[in-house]
Design a protein around this ligand. Structure first.
Ligand code: PEP
Ligand code: MG
Length: 892
C-alpha cells in the first residue's frame, strides 16, 4: 500500500530533510527538526505524490488516503493529549502548503481549524480568555471562507469596519469578547449569503475542505506566475502539512516571530529577526503590525520605543538561541525559522535555508568556509552566479545630496530611481514600454508580484523586514524600502504625501534599500566596489576554474569595466559599433554608398585615424592580454541613411547628388539583412574596408606596445564565414597589410588570425577551415539564428509563448540549445581539433555569460568564453562551478 502520509512529533519522525521531493521543503524540515528532538508541535505531511494524483485524477484523492489521515490525526491527538471536538480542550490544527522549493505566500493556508460553535466555548474556558477564543473563531471563519468557500476577504473586513464604526472604535484591540462574538455571528451570515452554505461545523469536514483547497492552490494564478519567474516545474506539486496549533496570541506570555541565524541582507553573523507579543504567525509575515527586534543589540540600534525578545522573555530567548545555533550547524547553512511561544513555552514551526541577497550569500559562503563549517568548494557552489548581478548594480554616490523624504526599513539593498506608480498592472505596462518605475504600495501581497518584478524598486508604507515585500524583493534582487510609516498613500488620487509634500504618479523618486531612504528626485549613482568577500570568492573561483573568461567590449569604458570585473582579454570587439559614434556615421555611409573603390578609399581615409585611436585604447587598456578584433560585420540596413536629412548630410560630404544617392541606398536595401550582405562577404566584395581595418589594428598595436611596454596580443577575426576560401581571402589581405606596415615602420606586427563559427556549414567544415585559423570563436547568437531558422530580431512575437507553453524549455538565445546548436558547437570543436590540434576555441555569443551554457562549454572542453563586461564575474563563478561539476544550491 502506498504511504501517503508521514507523521512527526518531537523526538519521533517518519520523514527527514532528505525527503524534500516527497514531503516538500516545509514538511521535510519539520520531520528533520522533530527527529532532532526539537520542540515541534505534532503533525503530519500529505505527500506531493497526492498532489500529482489529485491533478491526474480529476481532483480526487487516492482511495486509502482517508484512512491514513485518520490514523495520523489520532496520533496527533495521542501526542498532544486532546482531539477534535474535545469538550474541555479541543484540538485545533493548521493546514499549510509546502512545495519542494519555497514559494512564500503563493499558496493557501488555514489556521485554527477545528473551531465551531461548541469548541469556541471550550477554548474560551480552557484559555480563560473569551476574547481570545472568539477572536480565533472569527479569524478562522474569515480565512476558511475565503480560502475554501471562495468568499472574498474584503467583505469580512468591511463588516468589521462597520461594527467598529458603530461602536466608535478605531483599533481591533478595542473589541471585547462580546464584540467578537457578535462579529462571528455576522461572519456566518456573510458566508451563507455569499457561499450559499452554512459555515461547516464538523472539524473533519473542515479538514478535508482545507486539504482540498491547499492542493488546489498549487494552480492559482499567483503560484503559476511565481513558478514561471523561478523556473519551478509544475510537475513538482505541493505537499500539505497538518499540524497541531500552538498559540502565540493566547496571552501576554505568548508571542510569535521569525528569525534568521545570520543577517540575510548583509550576511553578518548575528541572530536577526523580529517578533510580536500576543500575536499569530501570519501577523508578522503580513506586515500589518510593526514587529519588535529579537535581540537587545538590535533594539538599541534602531530608534523608537522597543522591547526585545531577549529582554521580555530571557529564558525563551536563551533556548531559542541554542535551537538556532543547532539548526545552523546541523544544516551547515543559514536558517530561516518561524517560532511561537505559547504561555512561555517555545515551539518551532519551521526552518529552511534562508533566502539571502547576493551580498549576504557571498559573505555567508566565505565566512562559513573560513569558520570550517563548509569547504571552499562548497562555498563556490553556494552562490548562484546570476545573483552576482545584484552586486554589480549601482548604489547612491556618497557625495550626492539626498533630499530625504522619509526613512523606512532597509529591506533589500541597492538603489533605484524611477517614476512613482501605485499599481502593479501599471508598473508592468510602463516597464514594458521601457520606463523605469518605483512601485509604491501601502503593503504588498503576493498578487502584486508581477508589478514588483517589473519595477526598479519597491516602497511600502507598512511592514517589517520580513514582510512580503521585503522577502520577495530580496529574492528578486530589487532595492526595497518597507515600513515608511510617514507615507500617506491615497490610491484614489494616485498620490502620496510625506513631510508636508505631495507626490503624484509619474513624479520621480529614488530609494536606497541599504539605508531605508526615500529621496525626492533622481540622485547620482555609483558603481559597486568589487572588494571584500566578492574578491575572496572570485579568487577561490579563479583557482578552480579551467575555462578562461574574456569580455565582449569595444569602447574604452567597457574595456575598463571588463578588466575591473576580471576579464582575461577581449574576446570580441564589434568594430561596427565603433562606426556609429558621432560624425563617423557620415563617413561610414559615404563609404557604403560610394560607387567605386576610389570613393570608398576617400571615405575610409577619414575613418582610419579614428579606428587607430579606438584600437590603441583597447590595446592599452588590455596591456598585453589578447584582444580579438572582428572585421566589420554590419547588417547593412543599420548603416543606410533613413531620413532625408541623413541623406543630405552624406550627399554633402561626398559632393554627390542626393537623388542618385537615394537610388543607390534603395539598391542596397535588403529583404533579409541578417542573411544578406554582411560579415566576411563585405570584406570579399569591398576589400578596401578590411585593408583599412588591418592597417589601423597594426599601427595601433605598435603605438600601444610602445606606450605600455607590453606587446599587444592581436587577434583578427573574420565574421560569418562558411568556407575556408573566405578566410583564406581575408588572411592573404591581412598578411599583405602586415608586410606593408613592416616596410613602413620597420616593425613586424605579430598577430593571430581566426574566424567566427556562426553558420552550420562552418561548424560542419570546421576540420577543413581549422588549418587556416589560429582560433575559432563560436558566435552562438548567429549560430542559434541560423540553426533554428529563428530571426534574432523577430523572435519576440512567438518565442515567449513557446517557452510559456513548454514547447521550448527556455529561450535558446539566452541559454544554449544544447541538443541542437550545442551539438554543432561540440562537433565543430572536435573537427577543429582534428584539423589543427593547437587551435584555440572560444565562444563569444551571449551564451558566454549564461551559467547553464558555460557548464556546457566546460563539458565540451572549450578554452574560453567571452561575454558582456557585467557578466564576466558571473561567467567566472559559473566556470568554477562547472569545473567542480556542480551548480549553485540553497541560495535565493
Ligand atoms: C554571434 O553571432 O554570436 C556574435 C557574437 O556576433 P553578433 O552578435 O555581433 O552577430
Ligand atoms: Mg554574429
Amino acid at each position: 500500500m502506498t504511504k501517503w502520509v508521514y507523521s512527526f512529533s518531537a523526538g519521533r519522525s517518519e520523514g527527514s530533510a532528505a525527503m524534500r521531493e516527497l514531503l516538500g521543503g516545509k514538511g521535510a524540515n519539520l520531520a528533520e527538526m522533530a527527529a532532532l528532538g526539537l520542540p515541534v508541535p505534532p503533525g503530519f505531511t500529505i505527500t506531493t505524490d497526492v498532489c500529482a494524483f489529485f491533478y491526474a485524477n480529476g481532483h480526487s484523492f487516492p482511495p486509502n488516503l482517508e484512512a491514513q489521515v485518520d490514523a495520523a490525526m489520532a496520533e496527533i491527538g495521542r501526542v498532544a493529549g486532546h482531539a477534535f471536538n474535545d469538550a474541555k480542550w479541543p484540538l485545533l490544527v493548521s493546514v499549510r502548503s509546502g512545495a519542494r522549493a519555497s514559494m512564500p505566500g503563493m499558496m493557501d493556508t488555514v489556521l485554527n481549524l477545528g473551531l465551531n460553535d461548541q469548541t469556541v466555548e471550550a477554548l474560551s474556558h480552557y484559555s480563560g480568555d473569551a476574547r481570545f477564543a472568539w477572536d480565533c473563531y472569527r479569524r478562522f471563519i474569515e480565512m476558511y471562507s475565503s480560502v475554501v468557500l471562495g468568499v472574498e476577504h474584503h467583505i469580512f473586513e468591511e463588516a468589521l469596519d462597520e461594527l467598529k464604526e458603530a461602536k466608535g472604535y478605531t483599533l481591533d484591540t478595542q473589541l471585547s469578547a462580546d464584540d467578537w462574538r457578535a462579529a462571528t455571528g455576522q461572519f456566518k451570515g456573510i458566508v451563507e449569503a455569499n457561499a450559499g452554505v452554512s459555515f461547516p461545523q464538523d472539524p473533519r469536514a473542515q479538514l478535508w475542505g482545507a486539504i482540498r483547497a491547499v492542493f488546489s492552490s498549487w494552480m492559482n494564478h499567483r503560484a503559476i506566475v511565481y513558478r514561471h519567474l523561478h523556473n519551478i516545474p509544475e510537475s513538482w506539486g505541493t505537499a500539505v502539512n497538518v499540524q497541531a496549533m500552538v498559540f502565540g496570541n493566547m496571552d501576554a506570555n505568548s508571542a510569535t516571530g521569525v528569525a534568521f541565524t545570520r543577517n540575510p541582507s548583509t550576511g553578518v553573523k548575528e541572530l536577526y529577526g523580529e517578533y510580536l507579543m500576543n500575536a499569530q504567525g501570519e501577523d508578522v509575515v503580513a506586515g500589518l503590525r510593526t514587529p519588535q527586534p529579537l535581540t537587545e543589540i538590535a533594539s538599541r540600534a534602531s530608534p523608537g520605543e522597543k522591547i526585545s525578545l531577549e529582554a521580555a522573555m530571557p529564558k525563551v530567548f536563551a533556548e531559542f538561541v541554542q535551537v538556532a545555533d543547532r539548526l545552523e550547524r546541523h544544516y551547515r547553512d543559514m536558517q530561516d525559522m518561524e517560532f511561537t511561544v505559547e504561555r512561555g513555552k517555545l515551539w518551532m514551526l519551521q526552518t529552511r535555508g534562508g533566502k539571502r541577497t547576493a551580498r549576504a550569500a557571498l559573505k555567508l559562503a566565505v565566512d562559513m568556509a573560513n569558520e570550517g563549517l563548509i569547504t571552499r568548494e562548497e562555498a563556490i557552489l553556494r552562490v548562484e552566479p546570476t545573483s552576482l548581478d545584484q552586486l554589480l548594480h549601482p548604489t547612491i554616490d556618497p557625495s550626492a545630496r539626498r533630499d530625504i523624504l522619509v526613512t523606512g526599513l532597509p529591506a533589500s539593498p541597492g538603489a533605484a530611481f524611477g517614476e512613482i506608480v501605485f499599481n502593479p498592472e501599471e508598473a508592468e505596462t510602463l516597464a514594458a514600454s521601457g520606463r523605469k518605475v518605483i512601485l509604491v504600495r501601502t503593503e504588498t501581497s503576493p498578487e502584486d508580484i508581477h508589478g514588483m518584478h517589473a519595477a526598479e524598486g519597491i516602497l511600502t508604507a507598512r511592514g517589517g523586514m520580513t514582510s512580503h515585500a521585503a522577502v520577495v524583493a530580496r529574492g528578486m534582487g530589487k532595492p526595497c524600502v518597507t515600513g515608511a510609516g510617514a507615507l500617506r498613500i491615497d490610491y484614489d488620487e494616485q498620490c502620496f504625501t510625506v513631510a508636508g509634500r505631495r507626490f503624484v504618479k509619474g513624479d520621480r523618486i529614488t530609494i536606497d534599500g541599504s539605508a531605508g531612504h526615500v529621496i525626492a528626485g533622481e540622485v547620482k549613482m555609483q558603481r559597486p566596489e568589487l572588494t571584500g568577500e566578492f574578491a575572496v570568492l572570485m579568487g577561490w573561483a579563479d583557482d578552480v576554474r579551467r575555462l578562461k573568461v574574456r569580455a565582449n567590449a569595444e569602447t574604452p569604458s567597457d574595456a575598463r569595466a571588463a578588466r575591473r570585473f576580471g576579464a582575461e582579454g577581449i574576446g570580441l570587439a564589434r568594430t561596427e559599433h565603433m562606426f556609429f559614434e558621432g560624425e563617423r556615421i557620415v563617413a561610414v555611409r559615404e563609404m557604403i554608398l560610394a560607387d567605386d573603390a576610389e570613393g570608398r578609399r576617400t571615405a575610409l581615409a577619414k575613418l582610419l585615424p579614428m579606428q587607430r585611436e579606438d584600437f590603441k585604447h583597447l590595446f592599452e587598456i588590455m596591456a598585453g592580454l589578447p584582444v580579438t578584433i572582428r572585421l566589420l560585420d554590419p547588417p547593412l540596413h543599420e548603416f543606410l541613411p533613413h531620413t532625408d536629412s541623413e541623406l543630405a548630410a552624406v550627399a554633402r560630404a561626398m559632393g554627390a547628388d542626393p537623388v542618385k544617392l537615394r537610388r543607390r541606398a534603395l539598391q542596397l536595401s535588403e529583404f533579409n539583412p541578417m542573411l544578406g550582405f554582411r560579415g566576411v562577404r563585405l570584406a570579399v566584395v569591398f576589400p578596401e574596408i578590411l585593408d583599412m581595418q588591418a592597417r589601423a589594428i597594426f599601427e595601433a598595436a605598435i603605438e600601444a606596445g610602445l606606450s605600455t611596454g607590453a606587446a599587444a596580443q592581436i587577434e583578427i577575426m573574420a565574421p560569418l564565414v562558411f568556407a575556408r576560401a573566405e578566410l583564406d581571402f581575408v588572411k592573404a589581405r591581412v598578411e599583405a597589410m602586415a608586410a606593408l606596415v613592416e616596410d613602413e615602420t620597420g616593425v613586424r606586427p605579430a598577430y593571430h588570425i581566426g574566424t567566427m563559427i556562426e553558420l552550420p556549414r562552418a561548424a560542419l567544415r570546421a576540420g577543413e577551415i581549422a588549418p587556416s585559423a589560429n582560433f575559432f570563436s563560436f558566435g552562438t547568437n548567429d549560430l542559434t539564428q541560423t540553426t533554428l531558422g529563428i530571426s534574432r530580431d523577430d523572435s519576440g512575437s512567438f518565442l515567449g509563448v513557446y517557452v510559456e507553453k513548454g514547447v521550448l524549455p527556455q529561450d535558446p538565445f539566452v541559454s544554449i540549445d544544447q541538443e541542437g546548436v550545442g551539438e554543432l558547437v561540440a562537433l565543430g570543436c572536435q573537427r577543429a581539433r582534428a584539423g589543427r590540434p593547437d587551435i584555440v576555441l572560444g565562444v563569444c555569443g551571449e551564451h558566454g555569460g549564461d551559467p547553464a551554457s558555460v557548464a556546457f562549454f566546460e563539458k565540451i572542453g572549450m578554452d574560453y568564453v567571452s561575454c558582456s563586461p557585467f557578466r564576466v564575474p558571473i561567467a567566472r563563478l559559473a566556470a568554477a562551478q562547472a569545473a567542480l561539476g556542480g551548480t549553485a544550491e540553497g541560495t535565493a
